[in-house]
Design a protein around this ligand. Structure first.
Ligand code: HPA
Length: 267
């Protein structure tokens, strides 16, 4: 199925794309900077999962960013939509077959770290998979990677150094920390957020961890960013809504765009 999907896409594009970018909730504006774009809708790709989440468009954008060929995912699928973990990692494996070696993942997240403000961008240094599942459960496909993949450097230290320099260049105060991935779709309780803080998490969201596990399995170098869309449950005295997540994403998209565009030029 992964092969059929990648063959279909290859028939629509030319050449190899070594850099992949996943745009999270409200961050699809990131793709607008891609020059000479070729769009491939997920719905047209045989066997490909199609997102139903708000703020997600659902297509690949192939083109050039900062002089490099990139493939952007404008929208992704989530576990809470009812997709199997296997479906969630299908796009990663398809990108691998398209030649992607470096993956930049973005998400909108709740800020757990008390020093974080809404609108901050946090570079993910590591993650905690709290979804309760691992997308590699089942027969291992040795074409992609080993049975027990190492996760010691899940977010490439080398790419992180580059990202720090890019942030400095564009005058961005880049936060750093640990992302905890939950299944959703309910937001967390305040008690869960207090527990996650004790566990060492700085942001919380409903994506990313499964994709990053699959990317590490097939030997991609990964870089990840959380946009702090809201203070996590119980921290502000307010209720959480999906509208605010998308709104902050739209407002901050240009900063994330500038950061990612600069990084792409350097890697
Ligand atoms: N929790 C989980 N996922 C999220 C949040 C949150 O507070 N904000 C944006 N995505």
């Amino acid at each position: 199925m992964v092969e059929r999907a990648s063959e279909f896409i290859k028939s629509k594009i030319q050449g190899e794309y070594k850099i992949g970018i996943i745009c999270g909730s409200g961050l699809s504006g990131l793709c607008n900077k891609v020059e000479n774009p070729v769009f491939v809708n997920y719905a047209d790709i045989p066997g490909f999962p199609v997102s139903t989440a708000p703020g997600h468009i659902g297509r690949f954008v192939f083109g050039t960013l900062s002089g490099k060929k990139v493939v952007c995912m404008q929208g992704r699928v989530h576990y809470y939509e009812g997709y199997s973990p296997e479906s969630i990692i299908t796009p990663i494996r398809v990108m691998k077959l398209l030649g992607v070696e470096k993956l930049i993942v973005t998400n909108a997240a709740g800020g757990i770290n008390e020093s974080f403000n809404v609108g901050d961008i946090m570079m993910i240094t590591d993650h905690i998979n709290f979804t309760g599942v691992n997308p590699l459960v089942g027969k291992n496909d040795g074409n992609f990677g080993v049975r027990f993949p190492d996760m010691s450097f899940a977010y490439s230290p080398k790419l992180r150094e580059t990202a720090k320099k890019s942030a400095e260049k564009i005058g961005l105060t880049l936060r750093e920390g640990v992302y905890i991935g939950c299944s959703g779709p309910s937001y967390e309780t305040p008690a869960e957020i207090r527990a996650f803080r004790v566990l060492g998490a700085d942001t919380v969201g409903m994506s990313t961890v499964m994709e990053v596990i699959a990317a590490n399995h097939c030997n991609m170098e990964v870089l990840g960013f959380s946009l702090v869309a809201n203070k996590a449950a119980g921290m502000s005295g307010e209720r959480l809504t999906e509208e605010e997540v998308i709104e902050i994403g739209n407002k901050t998209a240009n900063v994330m765009q500038a950061l990612v565009a600069n990084i792409v030029g350097e890697i």
